[in-house]
Design a protein around this ligand. Structure first.
Ligand SMILES: Cc1cc2nc3c(=O)[nH]c(=O)nc-3n(C[C@H](O)[C@H](O)[C@H](O)COP(=O)(O)O)c2cc1C
Length: 381
């Protein structure tokens, strides 16, 4: 099949990846109510069709936090991408750089900050609050030294939400030897992946945190490490520590509530990502897109408001911009494309999104992403 849409990349990833990795990417927490809402609430928004308005030029480039985006889209941090394709974070970073958009590296990526920066473009770096503040300080110093321009500080994971699919696939709870055996068995039945990732894609450790994980940070030990080291005592006061160490822009990721948005402003953040972690944390929470207008209203003049969760096409991007997002980020879409076939597929998927966005702009009469507003939406239904 020649992939034409994000859902096609998802199908290709399903075929190529061992089930435990596909389910890890695809799934959400508990009954996946919020995961479904993210997508459905975007689908339900109606765009306003306009005609006969000379749309020979559409302007998709925009600036934010000192960065130029060739379109208002970036790649959200996704853990373990190096298990979906060989040195996957580097491949995705290359695709993002070629497309002229930011790539954000996860704390729990397989490739380290330095390995990704060696591709030629330093990534945005995502950090969680960890119990070991000295280790956080070292990671931030490493990110700064590598030239990472923006720190994305994720705040919606003081504890991991339970993901039933990971239990069923054997991804959760299979630490140590039994986990390695399970991975090898699932891999051996997916030969293309086995050869690309398992045989030639090592080391399969978590590049940024391997020093901190007993056994060298094997991927299969990572959920246990998260449970032990993510800090649920964290409050806004702790952000002072991050602010002191990191002297560049900080984007707080995982905000749904306007009061929390105002706290992010007070804490000195330059941006926030309206996000529920792609429906992987608090199941039953509202969709990101339904939380967006309240956040734009509460803090949109004080910092950059981005959105992730449920964006599956360029049309969705335009809907979010119309509701006040400065730019959108995607998680699963790039992880699917990476799993489907590495950098080339990620590049092609980004090309699909770009052309969908351009077409949506023409058909709604929006000639500049920076001017997108509610007038692009149809509220008559
Ligand atoms: C497989 C997977 C791993 C993720 N890992 C991280 C992570 O390490 N750090 C983080 O802040 N968010 C992580 N997220 C959440 C994404 O950054 C993003 O918020 C979410 O995927 C957006 O929703 P979407 O997948 O519908 O685009 C992960 C999401 C997925 C699907």
């Amino acid at each position: 099949m020649k992939p034409a849409s994000v859902s096609d990349y998802r199908e290709l990833a399903r075929k190529r990846l061992p089930p435990m990795f596909f389910e890890y990417i695809d799934g959400g927490s508990y009954a996946e109510v919020t995961l479904g809402r993210n997508v459905r609430d975007l689908e339900a928004i109606a765009l306003r069709q306009r005609v006969m308005r000379d749309m020979s030029q559409v302007q998709m480039t925009m600036e934010s936090l000192g960065q130029t985006f060739s379109m208002p889209l970036g790649l959200s941090p996704v853990g373990l991408a190096g298990m979906y394709a060989r040195r996957g974070e580097c491949q995705a970073a290359n695709a993002a750089a070629s497309a002229g958009i930011p790539f954000c590296l996860s704390t729990v990526g397989v490739c380290s900050i330095d390995e990704v920066a060696a591709t030629g473009t330093a990534p945005w770096f995502q950090l969680y609050m960890l119990k070991d503040r000295g280790f956080m300080r070292a990671l931030m110093a490493q990110a700064k030294a590598a030239g990472c321009p923006v720190l994305v500080f994720t705040v919606d994971l003081p504890v991991p939400g339970s993901r039933y699919r990971d239990v069923r696939s054997g991804f959760t709870g299979a630490t140590g030897l039994s986990g390695a055996v399970n991975t090898a068995w699932q891999g051996a039945t997916h030969l293309e992946w086995f050869w690309d990732v398992y045989v030639r894609g090592g080391p399969h450790s978590l590049g940024n945190v391997q020093q901190a994980i007993p056994g060298g940070g094997r991927v299969n030990d990572f959920l246990a490490w998260i449970a032990r080291n993510f800090d649920r005592t964290v409050t806004w006061a702790d952000l002072d520590f991050v602010r002191e160490v990191w002297d560049g822009p900080i984007v707080i990721k995982g905000i749904l509530d306007p009061e929390d948005g105002r706290s992010a402003v007070k804490a000195g953040a330059q941006g926030l990502i309206v996000s529920n972690h792609g429906g992987r944390q608090l199941d039953g929470a509202v969709s990101s897109v339904s939380a967006l207008p309240r956040l734009v209203q509460a803090v949109g003049d004080d910092l950059e408001v981005y959105l992730d969760g449920g964006i599956r096409s360029g049309l969705d991007v335009l809907k979010a911009l119309a509701l006040g997002a400065k730019a959108c980020f995607v998680g699963r879409p790039w992880a699917y494309a990476l799993g489907a076939g590495g950098e080339d597929m990620v590049s092609r998927m980004l090309g699909v999104m770009r052309s969908e966005l351009a077409t949506a702009m023409v058909l709604t009469g929006c000639s500049d992403v920076r001017a997108a507003d509610k007038s692009l939406l149809d509220f008559t239904d």
